[in-house]
Design a protein around this ligand. Sequence first.
Ligand code: PLZ
Length: 445
Amino acid sequence: MPVEQRLRLVTAVPGPRSCELAARKAATIANGVGNVLPAYIVEAGGGILIDVDGNQLIDFGSGIAVTTVGNSAPAVVARVREAVERFTHTCFMVTPYEGYLEVAERLAELTPGDHPKKSALFNSGAEAVENAIKIARVATGRPAVVCFDHAYHGRTNLTMALTAKDMPYKHGFGPFASEIYRAPMAYPYRWPGDPTRVAEEAFAQFESQVHVQVGENQVAAVIIEPIQGEGGFIVPPVGFLPRIAQWCRDHGTVFIADEIQTGFCRTGDWFACDHEDVVPDLITTAKGIAGGLPLAAVTGRAELMDAVHIGGLGGTYGGNPIACAAAVGAIEEMQSGDLCGRARQIEAIVRARLQAMATRYEAIGDVRGRGAMLAVELVAPGGRQPDAALTGAVARACHARGVVVLTAGSYGNVLRFLPPLSISDELLREGFDVVEEAFADVLAG
Ligand code: PLZ
């Protein structure tokens, strides 16, 4: 039964049944695992999440940029159903199956660049990032990895080392993996130098810092999110990514684009790198790739991917057959529904709304992002002091009104919007009416 595409609240959010489940959670789930909005979901589709109390919530989070094709998208469901009835698991490293190859073939076609490419499949984004670093180290014989301020690459030991933010991701979890170096990010809104020369100045600092602190010939890889996700939807100015990519070519360094959050139509292109025709040597993908099933990949230049000895890459579940079937279905949905085009239509609607709000509310210091990955950065009036308390209050006000929004940013002061691309214009507008009400209420109170 298709899910009715309308906001509908029948209880408080979270409602009484969700609160009962939250009490069970408190008794049985480790406190370290949090919930943004403890409304327990029973069904979802289009742009709606239905909770156990019967509330229909508008989804502006997509489970953190995962259900790009929508929840239970028809082609995903059909492929998964067909696959799950045939077999659930063999382990690709033991006795392989065709679905894994199909996903790798799609990735070779869709990712930037027309060079020969190969892939390896994994379960999570963090695992893909770990493996991209393993591959780069073997291929170059070098130890060092350069990452950026505000970066997020995961929660495993190596990826925590790459992630910039202490709380909550790294706090108390060290010691971290060694040979990780951090360079300044070209963050236009907070660049301390000349606002017209952010790309040039940030690149110059990167270049000098790597030279002085690391040594060019020690750098196996530079890893960057082409638009930073958890860091607050930071879009580097035009020219920054191409300069970093060129530096990598000049120094025999592997350029890794972490497109785990930006990939698969989210930004209005298949990949965010496409926007400036940047061709990474390796690209990590996950999230949107499989419509909600756990799947991740490293895709890249065949000669780099093949540098690793046989048996050096793998894992029990990597490229699970059900997840591969889901990915083939999700990619079908993206192609047949022109979801890159849909992301650009969503951008036009949402950006206009956010910009109009920014003229009314001084607290909205910046409106940024691309495609269906847009955000506002909230600051104290009269300056750029981050206002995390206000951001939390607006997010909570949205939640109470039935709209699921997420926060982000190193300073916790970014409200981000990641609607599924299956959302209708009508529901999108209804959701932003609620976001506007939430702002009006919180700022009036
Ligand atoms: N790289 C760019 O965005 C995951 C993390 C949510 P996993 N981002 C959401 C949280 O609080 O854990 C992410 C990402 C980028 C890597 C990852 C890691 O992907 O599938 O969560 O391991």
